[in-house]
Ligand binder design. Structure first.
Ligand code: GLN
Length: 196
């Protein structure tokens, strides 16, 4: 069985734990870097990316998460987690983890419509996915290795680059576990690949 960690420094942790378990995988809250050795995949949850980055630095997670990814282990970033994974952030000098070749815009749907839901067609996942957006970012540009999985109003809101995947919306906030199940399948696949 795949064991999936959720970075538990800040943000929507418990909802991801519930979704992972609903998909039949084991879920662990990750609070110390040593715990990364015990998991097969990692979720960077939604929350507030600047705060999360500060906590990542103070708990020594910056290099640890990058090394985890360099081993080929899957990482999934939702919302603030997507911002953390990008290698470029609009109107900001510095990016964070820089795991994915993409430029993102924060709070991109405007402060007036801070939160909304939309039905999305997500490649490989579902044609009718009810996506919950909360002060969401979107992906402005992607590099050639990045595969766009979903768009909303012509804006990219889900993408994958090899074993890295991200969504601007929160798939953990509804009972529709198909997106999390897709990530769990990626993790199970990587366990096979990394063992052979
Ligand atoms: N707007 C937040 C940020 O910039 C992300 C919001 C979310 O994760 N729901 O970090």
């Amino acid at each position: 069985m795949a064991t999936i960690g959720v970075l538990a420094l800040q943000g929507a942790v418990r909802e991801h734990i519930r979704s992972i378990e609903a998909c039949g995988a084991q879920a662990v809250e990750i609070k110390r870097t040593e715990q990364l050795d015990t998991i097969d995949g990692l979720i960077l949850p939604g929350g507030e990316s600047t705060t999360m980055r500060r906590l990542i630095d103070s708990y020594g997670f910056f290099d640890a998460i990058r090394e985890f990814g360099e081993k080929g282990k899957p990482i999934f970033g939702t919302c603030a987690g997507l911002i953390l994974m990008a290698n470029e952030i609009e109107n900001q000098d510095q990016a964070h983890l820089g795991l994915m070749d993409m430029k993102v815009a924060r709070n991109a749907f405007g402060r007036q419509v801070a939160s909304f839901e939309a039905e999305l067609n997500i490649a490989n996942v579902a044609e009718d996915f009810n996506a919950v957006f909360i002060r969401a970012p979107y992906i402005v540009e992607t590099g050639s290795d990045v595969h766009v999985l979903a768009k909303y109003n012509e804006r990219i809101v889900a993408a994958q680059q090899g074993h890295y995947i991200c969504t601007a919306f929160h798939p953990e906030l509804t009972d529709d576990n198909r997106f999390i199940a897709y990530f769990v399948a990626m993790v199970e696949q990587s366990i096979q690949t990394l063992a052979s």
